[in-house]
Design a protein around this ligand. Structure first.
Ligand SMILES: [Fe+2]
Length: 229
């Protein structure tokens, strides 16, 4: 079992590399365009063959590296069918199982941050994108976000997983890398002990600035990063 957590300091995005140590087949989740060379270098160094390039959702704060990685590796790109995206090889839905070598990863649909947000469960670890962050969650004030739907996704789908499931988020702005379902249930200030209505109230009053790259990022990511052909 091979697992790497990679970081983009500009957008505080985490990219994940997962691989089957026997067949050397690999999956990358949420690559960032500016780090395609780094990611390809790591794949070569570890002697891995990339077979899936996945997005947890259509990102608003960075452009995906999917197109650049696909050009070199020939891997299949995938994103939720509920994103309204085109230019991907696979459109995923809840319950889909992605195989790589002897490994398989489960797709869990978790709408709320965006309608097509998904989490990926592999062994004891959950890649949550922006659905569940360490001590937080993705915002719901653009990209057809919906706070009540996000609350339902987190509490009904993620908080029902085993307590010791590792939570690997799509971002962290304070240098934290991993949490657990038990820790988020107990300490996440937006969710611990909060009703659905209280959560909706919190999310309605975050007053966050728009991401600097939102225009460029969303339009490019809806095309799988295929902005230059
Ligand atoms: Fe996001």
């Amino acid at each position: 079992m091979i697992f790497r957590q990679l970081f983009d300091p500009e957008s505080s995005t985490y990219t994940y590399l997962l691989a089957d140590s026997q067949s050397r087949q690999a999956v990358i989740v949420d690559p960032v365009r500016e780090h395609a060379r780094r990611d390809l270098g790591l794949l070569a160094e570890l002697e891995l063959k990339l077979v899936h390039i996945l997005e947890t959702h259509v990102h608003a704060d960075h452009v995906t590296g999917a197109s650049a990685l696909k050009k070199i590796s020939g891997a299949q790109t995938g994103v939720s069918q509920h994103c309204g995206a085109s230019g991907f090889d696979q459109l995923l839905d809840d319950g889909d199982v992605l195989a790589f070598g002897g490994q398989s990863m489960l797709v869990i649909s978790t709408p709320g941050h965006t309608p097509g947000s998904s989490c990926f469960l592999w062994h004891d670890r959950l890649i949550t994108g922006d659905t569940l962050l360490i001590g937080g969650c993705g915002r719901t004030d653009f990209q057809q976000g919906d706070a009540g739907t996000l609350y339902d996704s987190i509490t009904r789908r993620l908080f029902t997983l085993p307590d010791d499931t590792l939570v690997y988020p799509g971002h962290d702005y304070r240098g934290r890398r991993v949490s657990t379902i038990a820790e988020e249930k107990a300490t996440n200030p937006r969710l611990a002990g909060k009703t659905r209505n209280q959560f909706i109230e919190i999310m309605a009053n975050l007053d966050l600035p728009m991401p600097g790259k939102i225009g460029e990022a969303v339009s490019a990511n809806l095309l799988g990063g295929n902005v230059d052909g």
